[in-house]
Design a protein around this ligand. Structure first.
Ligand SMILES: NC(=O)c1ccc[n+]([C@@H]2O[C@H](COP(=O)([O-])OP(=O)(O)OC[C@H]3O[C@@H](n4cnc5c(N)ncnc54)[C@H](OP(=O)(O)O)[C@@H]3O)[C@@H](O)[C@H]2O)c1
Length: 268
């Protein structure tokens, strides 16, 4: 389905009214904000970079949406949860997309990632989105409805020696999403985990080496919206990354480790 047809199709169906997006100043988050922006929709856009958030907000307002922006650092997890509770008290959130995230690749000169970086990725990629999702899921469960989307990564399913903190934090997020989904499903709340491969954003372009099956943020945003609308449990984008996941599971450990080490930039 084309982008325009998809918007038309969604207009005729149940469109969430109040949508919260973290990481809305980034490549994928801004594509999602633009995708959902239309009359009758109210967007809460979170990020840190005020000029980029302002640009995205302007584009969304031009498309007819009501827009609030919130600049905050998710490293302050308690502060972020307070902000979420305050927003949800003021206007119940129907759909939340937790998109913010940090990438990392160990510099070739380093044998392992620095402790500071590992801690930062743990907080931004795992602690903050899971705490926010838990707080919101509890509120949605009380209301008997709502949708939560957590953006993980295809890297969650592979023990990448050059990006241990990234693959580890996203693996934790994937397990959390699955458990949360099972816990709140009977209360009318849908939790969708999205595991993308390579996306053509500034962050994606910083990853060295070839990027097979690279997708535009717009295409990925459309697929995420479709999955959220269908209340899908897990979507891997694009689908051939599912095959890699299967290989990873089936290969004998020695062979799997050889393949993973072959992907690594050499350490010195
Ligand atoms: N790009 C890819 O190839 C790829 C592949 C798989 C999964 N993903 C995942 O997709 C998501 C979006 O990635 P992207 O490519 O759009 O990256 P991006 O353009 O770098 O955007 C990342 C977003 O996260 C926000 N963020 C980072 N640290 C934050 C913090 N401490 N507090 C608050 N916000 C923070 C950024 O805010 P500011 O810019 O305002 O600081 C930005 O809005 C991430 O979760 C990423 O792991 C990306």
């Amino acid at each position: 389905m084309t982008f325009a047809a998809m918007i038309g199709h969604m207009k005729d169906r149940e469109v969430p009214q109040r949508i919260l997006i973290t990481g809305a100043s980034g490549g994928l988050g801004s594509a999602l904000a633009r995708f959902y922006a239309r009359p009758g929709v109210s967007l809460s856009l979170w990020g840190r970079d005020v000029p980029r958030l302002t640009d995205v907000a302007q584009a969304c307002r031009a498309a007819g949406a009501l827009v609030d922006v919130r600049s905050l650092d998710l490293s302050d997890v308690a502060g972020a949860v307070d902000s979420l509770n305050a927003e949800d008290n003021a206007h119940s959130v129907d759909l939340a997309l937790f998109v913010s995230g940090l990438g990392d690749i160990r510099p070739p000169a380093d044998k392992v990632e620095g402790a500071d970086l590992v801690a930062r990725l743990g907080v931004v990629n795992y602690v903050a989105p899971t705490a926010l999702a838990a707080a919101l899921a509890a509120r949605m469960a009380e209301r008997g409805q709502g949708r939560i989307v957590l953006i993980g990564s295809a890297a969650a399913f592979h023990a990448l020696p050059f990006a241990a903190a990234y693959s580890g934090s996203k693996a934790g997020l994937a397990r959390f999403a699955e458990a949360l989904r099972l816990g709140v499903r009977e209360h009318g709340v849908a939790v969708t985990l999205v595991s993308p491969g390579f996306i053509d954003t500034a962050a994606g372009r910083r990853v060295p080496g070839p990027k097979p099956l690279l997708r535009s943020p717009q295409k990925v945003a459309e697929a995420i919206a479709r999955a959220a609308e269908r209340r899908q449990a897990h979507v891997v984008l694009p689908w051939p990354f599912k095959i890699l996941r299967l290989f990873d599971r089936l290969l004998p450990r020695a062979l799997r480790e050889r393949v993973l080490l072959g992907l690594s930039p050499p350490s010195r």
